[in-house]
Design a protein around this ligand. Structure first.
Ligand SMILES: [Zn+2]
Length: 771
């Protein structure tokens, strides 16, 4: 059932052929070295549109003082030095960087008649560089508000919502239906940019309700209801308000694209901008799946890492968005060359090592680089040297970095609806932490995985042997059915916490929708658990443990209690590595469950007991029958591991290696060992494996550093040697490995369909092409 393992059954073969057709279309416009990678018979005339072939991007985000000091000649040299093929140039929105005739489209403070946007657009086109005109359509100055007070968002008392001195425009007003389209048309007629992006196109976020006349009228037309007075996730009007807001952003997306294509031709696209986190997209009412279904390119505004999710989040963001958008399209990502994040210093250089690792992990996940500076003049000139070496390497090896298919057998399932209606106001606790725990356990174990949207399970099932539901509480009936079909076809399943316990609106079922697969059911007592209790159980770390079963072995080397003889018994393979312990630290709370007779409980709950003073630190209740880990094998031989114990969330928060190790063991067990990559050797290495026709491409990003979990990294620490084994698909001979960073090619040993490669040393990253 795995597409990449053996070339394929008829269904995945169709996908393969379809993908090859797309790939060759995109390849046609590229240098001959690209075409040699694909199909040599492709007619060279079939030129791919600019948004499919612009692989390196740059942006000088113009501040209002810059018209007095923008040194266009210097920046042109910088485009050239960095092999930049596309730039993002501020055009209009809050302020105009060209002399606009659109009423109330105010010129930037120091523009003074200069047509800065026009100059840069012309310079770029002369240099063969494409231009995304950047808009910022979200707020306006007071004079605009005075002229059209009904175009602005207001609170329940009619008071305008402001951000600093600026007034926030309402998405349901003519500001979006008339004013912005007029600006788009003016810019196209005068300058002919290739397309448009928009910094903050989606208006007010989820945290604020607008009660303007337009909103009241339109919501009533749609729902027959008044705008909800307050947030209430259990209120049907509030739920409808949420969905209505998503739909309005999609209307704006479509309207802007109709406008730019009508004025500038079919390739003059409007691409907005989107974020790298699902929770951020939720807060902004941006439906990522629906957006990707209509987008030709995703301009990703995700500039720097957070300590909680690490560099690896960038590679994951690439895979998650490509999963929605397709792997034949591009996702350039704005990568800050300044100190972005915590803290932010807009005109100070980010340490080059930090910026570089963020870029390299993004490239490993299929993102295209987009250097980003705020302001056109900097006294800290170090930031000008960061992008160049990465871009030079990227240009030299671009044929391996796009138009490829990920190879992974583990799919980690997500949905934006779950983040909204199950996560609600505690998305970090209920959605993000379990997700990060699972994915970090996978990265740590060097097991390649793919984020899989819950609506795409059937589409992606052919390449996967495992689905993971990381506390995926809210699931639709169709999503539940697709998981069930996957397991019926002998797929493996891991589910944690409250997975499948709620419908798509976040209303609780009486039992897990997948209870029969889990081999476990909600006990009567659980049904009374209220939200505050759930939040406390998930949010607190208490002094509780998990007891491993069967406990004891024939020869225990340690003190005995004397009261109970050691029990003979072999540990299940998912407990491998834990032979010398009968207990694991846990930290959470568990409720009783009813377990089916065929299911096997491998760990039980030991309730919390005091930590302090030490005299009191003994178990009051050493044994319960409350399950923490349940294994079940279905009639169709599908292996299922259900973890009521939230080890995913715990691992993300507490970083205890036991939790990560158990999760990795479970994934290997349910996959029946079907993992296409093994990497041995010390260090935190983020591994991404891809397939192109006749070859495999393996990215190894070395995240081992003193600053791994606390930004910024200012020193790279090399790791190695690493022993790498890769399973070869039918079309890859795998006898030759080209190291794209070390710059050497070696002959590879092959055993039983696996290539064996030694990687002597990795400083920041290595990319190995096996052909
Ligand atoms: Zn409004």
């Amino acid at each position: 059932m795995n597409l990449m393992r053996q070339i394929p059954d008829s269904e995945s073969r169709r996908d393969f052929i379809k993908q090859t057709v797309l790939t060759t279309t995109a390849l046609a416009a590229l240098p001959s070295s690209w075409r040699s990678a694909g199909d040599a018979s492709v007619p060279v005339k079939a030129k791919a549109p600019w948004y499919r072939r612009t692989l390196r991007w740059g942006q000088t985000n113009i501040t209002e003082i810059d018209p007095t000091r923008y040194d266009t000649a210097w920046w042109r040299k910088h485009w050239k030095r960095t092999h930049t093929q596309g730039i993002i140039v501020n055009a209009g929105g809050i302020v105009a960087y060209y002399p606009s005739r659109v009423p109330l489209h105010r010129p930037a403070q120091h523009l003074d008649g200069r047509d800065l946007f026009g100059e840069l657009c012309r310079a770029a086109h002369e240099d063969g560089v494409v231009v995304f005109a950047r808009m910022d359509s979200n707020r306006a100055h007071e004079e605009f508000y005075r002229a059209h007070p009904d175009w602005f968002a207001v609170d329940a008392a009619g008071k305008p919502h402001k951000a600093g001195e600026l007034f926030i425009t309402c998405v349901n007003s003519p500001y979006y239906d008339e004013h912005i389209p007029e600006i788009l048309r003016e810019i196209i007629e005068r300058y002919r940019p290739e397309g448009f992006t928009d910094n903050s196109w989606s208006g007010l976020g989820r945290g604020t309700i607008c009660y303007c006349e337009n909103c009241r009228r339109k919501f009533r037309e749609r729902s027959g209801k008044d705008i909800p007075r307050a947030k209430d996730w259990n209120d049907s009007a509030y739920r409808e308000w949420i969905r209505w807001n998503y739909d309005r952003r999609l209307e704006i997306w479509d309207l802007n694209n109709r406008t730019t294509k009508a004025a500038g031709g079919p390739d003059c696209i409007w691409a907005g901008m989107n974020g790298g986190s699902v929770s951020g997209q939720c807060q902004s009412f941006r439906d990522y799946k629906a957006i990707c279904e209509r987008a030709d390119i995703v301009m990703l505004d995700h500039q720097a890492r957070s300590d909680a999710s690490g560099f690896q989040h960038n590679g994951e963001a690439g895979k998650l968005i490509h999963g929605l958008l397709g792997w034949d399209k591009l996702i350039p990502e704005s990568m800050a060359m300044y100190q972005a994040g915590q803290p932010t210093f807009r005109v100070a250089s980010k340490p080059a090592a930090e910026a570089r690792l963020w870029m390299l992990d993004g490239i490993a996940g299929g993102l295209q680089p987009w250097w980003h500076h705020v302001g056109a003049y900097h006294e800290d000139r170090r930031m000008y040297h960061t992008a160049e070496p990465v871009y030079r390497w990227h240009k030299d090896h671009e044929e391996f970095l796009v138009n490829r298919q990920p190879v992974a057998t583990v799919g980690v399932v997500w949905s934006q609806q779950n983040a909204d209606f199950y996560g609600r106001d505690d998305g970090d606790l209920f959605v993000e932490l379990p997700w990060r725990g699972i994915t970090q356990a996978l990265i740590r174990a060097r097991i390649p995985y793919l984020p899989v949207h819950a609506d795409h399970i059937a589409r992606d099932a052919g390449r996967l042997s495992v689905l993971v539901l990381p506390n995926l509480g809210a699931m639709s009936d169709a999503q539940v059915a697709s998981v069930r079909r996957f397991v019926e076809r002998s797929g493996g399943l891991i589910a944690t916490g409250e997975s499948s316990l709620y419908n798509e609106w976040g209303d609780a079922h009486a039992d897990f929708a997948l209870a029969d697969l889990f081999g476990a059911h909600v006990a009567e007592a659980r049904r009374t658990a209220n939200d505050a209790k759930r939040r406390k159980a998930a949010g607190d770390t208490v002094h509780s443990y998990l007891r491993l079963i069967p406990e004891g072995r024939a020869h225990v080397d340690g003190p005995q209690t004397g009261s109970e003889p050691a029990v003979k018994g072999d540990r299940h393979e998912v407990l491998r590595g834990f032979e010398e312990t009968d207990l694991l630290p846990f930290g959470g709370a568990l409720e009783p469950l009813r377990v089916d007779s065929g299911a096997q409980v491998l760990a039980t709950f030991v309730p919390a007991f005091p930590i302090y003073p030490p005299e009191t630190a003994w178990m009051r209740e050493p044994k319960t029958d409350v399950p923490g880990l349940i294994l079940n094998t279905t009639a169709s031989r599908g292996r299922v591991a259900f973890l009521p114990a939230d080890l995913d969330r715990r691992f993300s928060r507490d970083n205890l290696p036991d939790h990560g190790d158990i999760l990795a063991n479970l994934i290997r067990w349910v996959s029946r060992g079907d993992v296409p990559l093994a990497v041995e050797g010390a260090g935190l290495i983020d591994c991404h494996l891809y397939h192109q026709s006749g070859r495999l491409i393996l990215h190894l990003v070395n995240l081992t550093s003193a600053g791994t979990w606390r930004q910024p990294v200012d020193e790279l620490i090399s790791v190695g040697p690493l022993q790498v084994r890769v399973k070869l698909p039918a079309d890859v001979r795998g006898k030759r490995a080209q190291f794209l960073v070390a710059g050497r090619t070696v002959t590879v040993g092959i055993t039983a369909g696996w290539s064996r490669i030694e990687v002597k040393s990795i400083l920041d990253h290595e990319v190995i092409v096996l052909g």
